[in-house]
Design a protein around this ligand. Structure first.
Ligand code: HEM
Length: 485
């Protein structure tokens, strides 16, 4: 009886595999007839859903680079049950995905994120997304980014706190705290370091709740409908604290009539344009996700690289001490080549967002990647997910030179990658709105550091290893020693 059951199960399995194999063959034949080419396949350990591959690409950042080197610009893990993602870094495909209306993110993100942060730029497609982008726009206008006074004061405090006698220190946590504070000023128009002002929670309680809610939101996104099986008390509490903290400030601005204030935080910009309290709160939460650890991650990575390449620190220090560069304002910082090259080179090697995904909103054609030569178009039926690895894209020797693993900021003087060959700030419809703000603020911090410290030395012999949370940070932080003259 037992033997019979096993034999039947095995026979069933073989039939299922044969069925899946022939279905895939039929699809390939049909695609070829229509001028499409099949995508190069990649074997995974778990062949049904390629689950091991999906997990690895979110935990081991360089894995997609290694696979692209083996399989080419476009490939697909073989998943017998279907539904596996197409991986592509072919610039023509990236252009098509980033500029058309056929690709989106809503169905991948909104179900898991809706309860916490609702509908906004990071969770919707189409009209809703477009509407949010328009409402956010004035906050990123140049005249709203000129004032570096709060950042300057924060940098003063940081420089006063950091040891300058060669004692080992990790720059990542204080950089994170500093940019968390500037983020809150930018989003809410309040100084979180100034103490309590009647809000139902302290800024620290809000931040803790924000992180807790994000942590559980990740599970919601991973588990889909099965999420309801997980105890939800902590998640609901975290959402409640974060919501009530922000509601307090939204109410103040809407009810207190302070909409005419000159402070152009995201909150005040939005309050000029809508009365929808929940909508405004949701946008602030999404702004927090886009901004709160991005700039600190970039500067931390830049310092990590500079501490191992002292010649560039000396170059930066020389420029920072040059009296002609004494005025650090929006325009001078944005035009400053040395910091720009350092920041772009850092983003090239360690993109803050190393992978990005999109889902096909209808049947679509990708311009290339089909057949063994990868020169035929690829058919992507509605619901196909594409994964784009910026980490791999930024290591193309034909664009960046043979020494792609080296930190060489001066390469940016002689290369000219297209928008689809370097995507540190994304590109196309959903390109980063904060790019100028980032380049100016990060340059400001690097210049202030280089003015003060004669040397920046690494205190960590390990190679850079990425840890993917909201952004991709160095797993081991940025352990350095700083020396003043
Ligand atoms: C090192 C810092 C940063 C980097 C590297 C960065 C990079 C990116 C990238 C790659 C995208 C595209 C995402 C996609 O394709 O779906 C993006 C989107 C975005 N970024 Fe940034 N970002 C940074 C900081 C910021 C900051 C500080 C803000 C705001 C204060 C900001 C606001 C946004 C917004 C609003 C979007 C969404 C655009 C949309 O979906 O339409 N970013 N960012």
């Amino acid at each position: 009886m037992y033997k019979h059951t096993i034999t039947s199960a095995l026979a069933g399995l073989v039939l299922l595999l044969l069925h899946l194999y022939y279905r895939q063959r039929q699809r390939n034949v049909a695609a070829r007839k229509n001028g499409y080419g099949p995508v190069v396949k990649h074997w995974t350990k778990e062949p049904f859903l390629a689950f091991d591959f999906q997990m690895a690409m979110h935990t081991e950042i360089p894995i997609l680079y290694r696979n692209h080197r083996k399989r080419g610009h476009t490939f697909q893990p073989r998943a017998l049950m279907g539904g596996s993602t197409i991986l592509t870094i072919a610039p023509a495909n990236l252009r098509a995905i980033s500029t058309g209306k056929d690709w989106g993110i809503e169905s991948m993100r909104l179900p898991g994120m809706d309860y916490f942060c609702g509908r906004g730029m990071l969770t919707t497609d189409g009209e809703l997304w477009n509407h949010s982008r328009k409402l956010w726009k004035p906050t990123f206008a140049k005249d709203n980014l000129l004032d570096l006074a709060f950042l300057s004061q924060q940098v003063d405090n940081l420089l006063a706190d950091l040891p300058a006698d060669g004692t080992s220190t990790d720059l990542q946590p204080p950089l994170y705290t500093m940019f968390l504070n500037t983020s809150i000023v930018f989003l809410l128009g309040i100084d979180p370091t100034a103490g309590s002002d009647g809000a139902p929670h302290t800024p620290t309680e809000f931040i803790t709740a924000f992180h807790d809610a994000m942590y559980y939101t990740m599970f919601r996104m991973l588990l889909g409908k099965a999420w309801c099986l997980v105890p939800q008390k902590k998640y609901l509490y975290a959402c409640k604290v974060a919501h009530s903290y922000l509601d307090y400030y939204v109410d103040q601005v809407l009810d207190g009539g302070s909409r005419s204030t000159k402070t152009r935080s995201l909150l005040s910009t939005l309050a000029h344009q809508t009365n929808d309290r929940v909508y405004i709160r949701d946008q602030i939460l999404q702004g927090m996700m886009a901004s709160q650890e991005t700039i600190s991650t970039l500067i931390g990575n830049a310092c990590f690289l500079l501490s191992r390449n002292p010649q560039y620190w000396q170059e930066l220090r020389g420029a920072a001490q040059d009296p002609r560069n004494s005025e650090l304002n929006f325009d001078t910082l944005l035009d400053f080549k040395i910091t720009r090259n350092i920041l772009f080179e850092t983003l090239r090697l360690f993109p803050v967002f190393p992978i990005m995904q999109r889902i096909a909103l209808q049947d679509v054609t990708l311009p290339e990647g089909g057949a063994a030569n990868q020169d035929l178009p690829v058919f992507a039926p509605k619901g196909t997910v594409v994964t784009m690895s910026w980490y791999a894209l930024h290591r193309d020797p034909s664009v960046f030179g043979d020494d792609v693993e080296s930190f060489r900021p001066e390469r940016w003087e002689s290369i000219n990658p297209s928008q689809w060959e370097f995507m540190g700030f994304g590109g196309g419809n959903r390109a980063c709105m904060g790019q100028q703000k980032v380049l100016v603020e990060a340059a400001y911090v690097l210049m202030r550091f280089a003015q003060r410290y004669e040397r920046l030395e690494s205190r960590d012999s390990r190679a850079w290893e990425g840890e993917l949370k909201l952004t991709c940070q160095s797993k081991h932080g940025c352990k350095v020693a700083l020396y003043c003259e």
